[in-house]
Design a protein around this ligand. Structure first.
Ligand code: ADP
Ligand code: MG
Length: 708
């Protein structure tokens, strides 16, 4: 079209073989400039090294490729659905390609087209056949004897064919690749075994062999993760150099005083984590720590320890929970443990009477109250702290790097932060989503924790299970939960853990229906009640109270009880429609039981129609360690967009996959940490390009503005 000198920012419309119409199609899939095409990577490759003539085909189970011309295509209905046959002429021989339920292929492949079929050939006299082979057009001027050993297979869109895109790429790559700027210093590339950018781009589109393609891919994965880790490392550094907080060191006297408040000896894990926390709090920069501890591992006392340490120095602490039920439970626990001490707790809840609220606000403002408890939503509405020293956020798992509470302290000192989560997160995810935090892991349970037996039960075991439940409740005064996925019949199902999709037409049990059925059926005569998210806080509180005191024996609940609820006498858990719940959610639910002196029994009923849900439930039955479950969950669901992004503040990864590329991530994180340590502002000239790329991508989300 034009003879303008190549420029990476040039519109794709001016590339050879594109033109205005095709440019529009390319724009549709986000390809606007020449540079976009360079980084539009194949999703797969067609292996031409196994190209054979018909005479050379073997029934060896090996993938082989044949080139020919479509001679005829036909369709017929069979028991397995529609069968499409393409007859391919190769020289004077014939090969048949067969596909079930792929009628779109016929529209695409008219007679006379040259195609390549890749698959496992089978001889069915008198023809060779391939079942469901990979099929690719060859363009008119694509000579199969001259094409590259691995042909790229790109993600396409309507109106765009593989051979179009391949042709465009063949033309443009040699012209534009030389314009690419290498962001890594040359020595860095060789030290870290990274392909230089020009080689990597070339090889990812048209690899000379499999190994080179993998090296090319690795370079891009590494680069993506490394640049993100640079950003996170810079954020940590910035945090350490720009933010100040008041050191709140521990000493033997304070320590003894705090421990007197605990009704039990701390576990080894609790001791270790407390050491990590107190070391942080003794520093003049704010603690920024994530505490990951499995459900029931005893995070609350760890938080209390830290809060009492702040109080001992005359500073205030806030304790924020995601739900009011949980915040109120914390209020009760802490009130009990602090009975008779000097420490005063200020509860902040929605629906407080004006007089009560203004009293609480006054206690916060004057510093009369040292610990403030409430939900995040309320506390973030700017409370007038007198001297805020510590912020504890409990059960934070839907938030990431960016969403940490921003509390106004009205001072030039920032509070220390402790974020706690019972959702075990795979290490690779922690390193990215929470990558700017220090992480403490609390493994192991407090002594006396009872094992929970988990069963995936066939529907015909229902009666037996309810008999068991009724007997335990009557004879041994046990209590239990029944968890269902929705409140009423015919409603849109409650938002679930990270969008698990239920197969359509699965009948779902509703809260009301299950309550009605059990109270007049299998559990007749027992004291049943319901709890769900649409009840008022008072109602929920009253029900939780009655459940704790044993007044209610069986609580039928939605996932409102998922997080944190601690009623030790409840040890029977039934989950209906378990296929609707994610693994971490199931694990959270199971964490409600086995907290007392009796073993827990968890029975799940499910319509596990998909393979994924079956895998999920099997893992749930087999594994009880939350961290192992998290890794498994991650594996099952894939690292794609699961911990995706907007929700966590970080833009989606484009080439890297946190499941597949774990090892590269660990390496990139380590390397990025070292680079930022040796060159704190990335100020060295040889790091300028990396720095620029990092700021372009992450400067805003990571709030790195003033580094620039
Ligand atoms: P989570 O980590 O899930 O928030 P909690 O803090 O609610 O766990 O603790 C779970 C239960 O274990 C509570 O009943 C708590 O009192 C108890 N607990 C915590 N630490 C210990 C300990 N060191 N010894 C005995 N029981 C403990
Ligand atoms: Mg807790």
């Amino acid at each position: 079209m034009s003879a303008a000198p190549p420029d990476l920012r040039q519109s794709v419309a001016y590339l050879k073989g594109v033109g205005p119409q095709r440019a529009e199609i390319l724009n549709r899939i986000g390809l606007h400039r020449a540079a976009d095409l360079l980084f539009y990577f194949p999703r797969d490759y067609q292996d031409m090294t196994e190209k054979r003539e018909i005479e050379q085909l073997e029934e060896s189970g090996q993938i082989q490729t044949v080139v020919g011309e479509i001679k005829e295509s036909s369709r017929k209905s069979t028991r397995r659905g529609e069968l499409l046959t393409l007859v391919i002429q190769c020289g004077d021989k014939i090969l048949k390609g067969l596909w079930f339920k792929m009628s779109f292929i016929q529209r695409e492949f008219g007679r006379g087209r040259r195609v390549m079929l890749t698959g496992k050939p089978k001889y069915e006299a008198p023809f060779w056949t391939m079942m469901h082979p990979q099929i690719t057009y060859l363009g008119d001027n694509e000579d199969e004897n001259e094409v590259e050993p691995f042909l790229p297979v790109y993600p396409l869109t309507e109106g765009l064919k593989q051979f179009h895109l391949r042709r465009i790429m063949r033309e443009m790559l040699p012209l534009y690749i030389p314009l690419l700027d290498e962001v890594f210093p040359e020595t860095y590339l060789s030290e870290h075994k990274l392909l230089p950018i020009a080689e990597a781009v070339k090889a990812i589109h048209f690899p000379p062999d499999k190994a080179t393609q993998l090296w090319a891919k690795r370079r891009f994965v590494y680069q993506e993760l490394f640049v993100l880790q640079l950003g996170l490392a810079m954020r940590r550094l910035q945090h350490q150099t720009h933010l100040k907080s008041v050191p709140l060191p521990i000493d033997a006297k304070i320590d003894t005083r705090i421990r007197q408040r605990f009704p039990f000896t701390l576990t080894k894990a609790q001791e270790r984590v407390i050491k990590e926390i107190t070391a942080d709090m003794a520093k003049p920069v704010p603690m920024n720590r994530l505490l990951q501890g499995d459900v029931g591992s005893g995070k609350t006392v760890v938080a209390l320890y830290a809060m009492l340490l702040a109080a001992a120095h005359g500073h205030q602490a806030v304790f924020m929970a995601p739900t009011e039920v949980l915040a109120r439970q914390h209020l009760r626990t802490l009130t009990r443990m602090l009975e008779g001490s000097q420490v005063k707790i200020a509860p902040v809840f929605g629906g407080q009477k004006t007089a009560e609220r203004s009293l609480v606000l006054q206690e916060i403002a004057t510093g009369a109250a040292q610990i403030v408890i409430g939900t995040q939503a309320i506390i973030q509405n700017e409370l007038p702290f007198q001297k805020l020293g510590l912020v504890v956020i409990d059960e934070q798992h839907k938030f990431g790097v960016m969403q940490r509470a921003a509390l106004k302290t009205g001072e030039k000192f920032d509070p220390h932060y402790l974020v706690m989560t019972a959702t075990p997160i795979p290490r690779s995810v922690t390193m990215t989503m929470f990558g700017d935090l220090d992480v403490s892991i609390m493994d192991g349970m407090p002594p006396g924790r009872q094992p929970v037996k988990t069963y995936i039960a066939d529907p015909d075991r229902r009666t037996a299970w309810w008999d068991f439940v009724a007997r335990k409740v009557r004879e041994e005064h046990w209590q239990g939960y029944v968890v269902v996925p929705m409140i009423e019949d015919n409603e849109n199902v409650l938002p679930l853990d990270d969008d698990i999709v239920s197969p359509p037409d699965t009948p779902l049990s509703s809260l009301f229906a299950v309550h009605a059925a059990l109270s007049s059926g299998d559990l007749k005569g027992l004291r049943l009640a319901m709890i769900h998210g649409r009840m008022s806080t008072e109602e929920k509180e009253r029900i939780m109270y009655d459940f704790r005191t044993g007044e209610i024996q069986i609580l039928i609940a939605t996932t409102v009880i998922e997080v944190g609820v601690d009623v030790p006498n409840a040890n029977l858990l039934t989950i209906e429609n378990a296929e609707r719940f994610g693994l971490s959610q199931l694990h959270q639910l199971r964490g409600r039981i086995g907290r007392g002196k009796n073993p827990g029994y968890c029975t799940v009923f499910a319509n596990a129609a998909t393979e994924e849900s079956q895998k999920r439930l099997k893992a749930f039955e087999k594994l009880s360690d939350g961290f192992k479950l998290a890794e498994k969950d991650f594996e099952i669901r894939g690292g794609g967009d699961l911990f995706g992004t907007q929700q966590h503040g970080i833009p989606p990864l484009r080439v890297a996959d946190l499941v597949r590329d774990k090892e590269v991530l660990y390496e990139a994180r380590q390397d990025a940490g070292e680079m930022v340590q040796s060159d704190p502002g990335l100020a060295k000239p040889e790091h300028a390009k990396l720095r620029k790329q990092m700021l372009n991508r992450y400067g805003k989300v990571l709030n790195l503005g003033d580094v620039g």
